[in-house]
Ligand binder design. Structure first.
Ligand code: BGC
Length: 757
């Protein structure tokens, strides 16, 4: 655990700069606008250890697979979110000394991310020979003019005289740190000094993956007037230089405006014109005016989704940081996109699509965005069904297998224990169809395109199970459950349970599907009978004596001991132990049986939940960011309030406090919804099954009160709880019956309904 930013309800600020924590600081100061994003790199450059990272939504490259021993079924490539051309560069030299915080003397350092509007600012005083100069940087990625990045630097000479040389750059010679063969993925497609543009294209590939062309254009302004320096270009690079002489007390401000267009939206031969038009639009307003427009939109987003926590500033900062980062990554405005585990903040996992979206993001986004956003995420998978059929075929199986990692539906993860075995995803992804239908009450998706997904994945499972004559049951061998600290296990309870759920749900929904969908999927009676037989006879391991579901057949053979027995200096175990030791250990990376109990919550009794929680929780090391939130929600339901709060803190501040010592790689974007879920589904106990909205709130002892907002079937509802009362306000929409602590209450528009606790 390491906290390098101060606690503040609306800011992530530090006054310290340590070269050791540079990468961590960069991750935590990442900004985005759901079109592009970047780590908190310094405009003037930095020669010490750093990850210069800029990422453009949906722009990726198929990097040739690298494995030790090839296994049949491996994907040919691993898709990478591309580290895109860097456009923030404003090199600065003061009286001949290059400004580089790894080398120069400086004081009064402040670095701050304002969470109201995703504005990043940084200031410090440079102390050179006979001169002190104050630097103040600000930058943001425009939320309505998505292609625009605005950067401003204000320079004030505090003492002495300073000759400042500027070198504003566009740099397309970037390499992904995680490139398998150290390849450069970008090639130059021409630079234009007069227009201040560079154009780059992704290298040709042999996998029929579309290439991307990106055009970047810069324009500099001083006091609102366009200024033009001397431009030189090199392959995929542009540099614009000019100098100013400043005397003591004088200030100079420079604004760098950037437009980034990609071939996802604009054809390469139309990009120059489009970028020029967008730059004109950007420059019709000043930095301050553009910022005001941008902030107004952020304000609207916050009005609809802010979670207020009184009495615990660290908890408050955590949830706001998570909401901000999520919305900066994805707000559902581009249907072609999805949400990557690292969003725009790093390379490992990057912006690829994982089961994280359906399992963790959708339950929150259903409540904080319009239904069409979730619907688009469901459609995204439907549209990728051809890829999923291909994946199943690769494994020699029928039906469709959704990938663990993808950009286009085709699996691009290449570790056998995940690619071939972590197949639970193929039920978790369709589970989102159920979640959507259940929450919104809209069954038009499941009746039509959703049915294609349900049937295709059911066909996969019906082929992947086999019948054990010895057990007289269907079994599923050779899988990896959500707990990746065990591989090639048999009968992972979670996988078998979710496969069974899927077959059952498909059978239940099939007769209600549209005629067209039924004709399309063409399920025979024989197939239905087989699916029903699997539902009735699949083996779900349990231990009757302990009263628990078994994570997998051999789990109890392990040397069961609590995670608290691991010496502190050996945590996280994935950074200290050999893989062999981890696989044999009883320690669980992330919620597995408990993940199943969370998903299918209404199917288990309180006693079953309690016994499984008490057994598995002590064994769980939560070394996946996706774990603590599930434990928090179940702990809340079981009245284990202290644990619920601890797990909330771990989820909400996972990155801010670097719990798993891996935030240097980037933020854990897809687990950020977990802190929202821990509050709304956990502390407030929200459930929405069987067409009923229910709450069962409690307030953590260390908090005074909390409130949140949800969209529910055309309504906007505010929930509030303190230690004395619970209030529900129907801000907008038709009246609604809800259940709070087993009492039925009617909510009416504009009214607040109270319940004394
Ligand atoms: C987790 C997976 C998850 C992936 C991306 C891994 O560490 O074990 O469940 O999908 O990270 O977040």
């Amino acid at each position: 655990m390491k906290r390098i930013f101060e606690i503040d309800p609306w800011k992530v600020t530090t006054h310290k700069f340590s070269t050791e924590d540079k990468r961590l600081q960069e991750s935590l100061t990442a900004i985005g606008n759901d079109y592009m994003g970047m780590r908190g790199n310094f405009e003037e450059g930095y020669s010490g250890d750093s990850l210069q990272g800029t990422y453009l939504a949906g722009v990726w490259f198929p990097d040739k697979t690298r494995v030790g021993w090839w296994k049949n079924g491996y994907p040919e490539y691993f898709g990478k979110s591309l580290n895109a051309p860097s456009f923030i560069g404003i090199g600065i030299t003061i009286n001949g000394e290059k400004l580089d915080l790894a080398k120069v003397n400086f004081s009064d350092f402040t670095f701050s991310l304002d969470m109201h509007q995703g504005l990043l600012s940084r200031s410090f005083i440079y102390e050179g020979k006979g001169v002190k100069v104050k630097f103040e940087f600000e930058r943001f990625l425009h939320i309505t003019l998505k292609e625009a990045a605005l950067i401003q630097v204000k320079i004030t000479v505090l003492s002495g005289n300073a000759k400042i040389d500027f070198d504003s750059t566009l740099d397309g010679t970037v390499v992904n740190e995680d490139s398998n063969y150290d390849e450069h993925f970008w090639i130059s497609r021409g630079e234009n000094a007069a227009a201040r543009t560079i154009k780059v294209e992704t290298k040709a590939n042999t996998y029929k993956v579309p290439r991307f062309t990106v055009l970047l254009k810069e324009s500099l302004r001083h006091n609102g007037q366009i200024i033009r320096g001397d431009v030189t270009t090199d392959k995929a690079k542009l540099s614009e230089k000019f100098s100013v002489n400043l005397h003591e007390g004088e200030s100079y401000d420079l604004e760098k405006d950037v437009i980034v267009v990609t071939s996802r939206d604009v054809k390469p031969d139309e990009q120059d014109e489009k970028a020029a038009a967008l730059m004109k639009k950007l420059q019709a307003k000043s930095f301050a005016e553009n910022l005001a427009d941008h902030t107004a939109v952020w304000q609207k987003r916050w009005d609809k989704s802010d979670v207020v926590i009184a009495g615990d500033a660290a908890a408050q900062q955590g949830i706001r940081f998570n909401i901000l980062q999520l919305f900066m990554t994805y707000y559902g405005e581009d249907k072609r996109l999805n949400i990557g585990p690292k969003g725009f903040t790093g390379e490992k996992y990057g912006g690829a699509t994982y089961w994280d979206t359906e399992a963790y993001i959708i339950p929150m986004y259903l409540c904080v965005t319009k239904p069409k956003v979730t619907r688009a995420l469901l459609q995204y998978r439907h549209d990728q069904l051809p890829g999923a059929y291909h994946n199943a075929k690769q494994q020699g199986l029928k039906g469709a297998l959704f990938p663990m990692v993808t950009f286009n539906g085709i699996e691009c993860h290449n570790e056998w224990e995940i690619t071939f075995e972590e197949i639970h995803r193929n039920a978790d992804i369709p589970f989102a169809i159920y979640q959507y239908t259940n929450y919104t009450g809209d069954d038009s998706y499941v009746k039509n395109d959703g049915m294609d997904v349900l049937v295709a994945t059911s066909r996969f499972w019906a082929d992947r199970v086999h019948f054990s004559k010895w057990r007289n049951k269907y079994v599923i061998h050779g899988v990896t459950g959500p707990n990746e600290y065990e591989n090639n296990v048999n009968n992972n309870w979670f996988t078998n349970t979710m496969a069974r759920w899927l077959l059952q749900y498909t059978l239940e929904r099939l007769p209600k599907a549209s005629k067209e969908a039924q004709a399309r999927v063409n399920v025979s009676d024989k197939e239905k009978a087989k699916w029903q037989d699997i539902v009735d006879n699949i083996y779900l391991p349990e231990d009757k004596k302990l009263g628990i579901f078994l994570q997998q057949d051999d789990f109890l053979d392990k040397d069961i001991r609590p995670a608290s027995s691991i010496p502190k200096d050996q945590r996280p175990i994935n950074q200290h132990w050999s893989w062999d030791r981890i696989l044999r250990s009883p320690f669980i990376k992330q919620a597995d049986v408990l993940q199943g109990i969370y998903f299918l919550n209404d199917r288990y009794t309180k006693e079953e939940k309690e016994r499984n929680f008490d057994f598995y929780e002590p064994l769980t090391v939560h070394e996946s960011s996706l774990s603590s939130c599930i434990h928090s929600i179940l702990a809340s339901e079981l009245g284990k309030k202290k644990q619920a709060v601890n797990f909330y803190e771990r989820t909400a501040r996972l990155d801010l406090d670097n719990y798993n010592n891996d935030t240097v790689d980037g933020l854990h974007i897809t687990s950020m919804s977990g802190s929202w879920l821990a509050i709304v589904q956990g502390f407030s106990g929200m459930r929405y099954d069987h067409n009923q909205l229910r709450f069962n709130p409690f307030v953590p002892d260390s908090w005074d009160h909390y409130s949140f907002k949800i969209n529910y079937r055309g309504r906007l509802i505010k929930g509030y709880a303190d230690h004395k009362e619970i209030k529900l306000t129907l801000i907008k929409g038709e009246k609604l019956m809800v259940t709070v602590k087993d009492k039925k209450l009617e909510l009416k528009e504009g009214e607040t309904t109270c319940l004394k606790d």
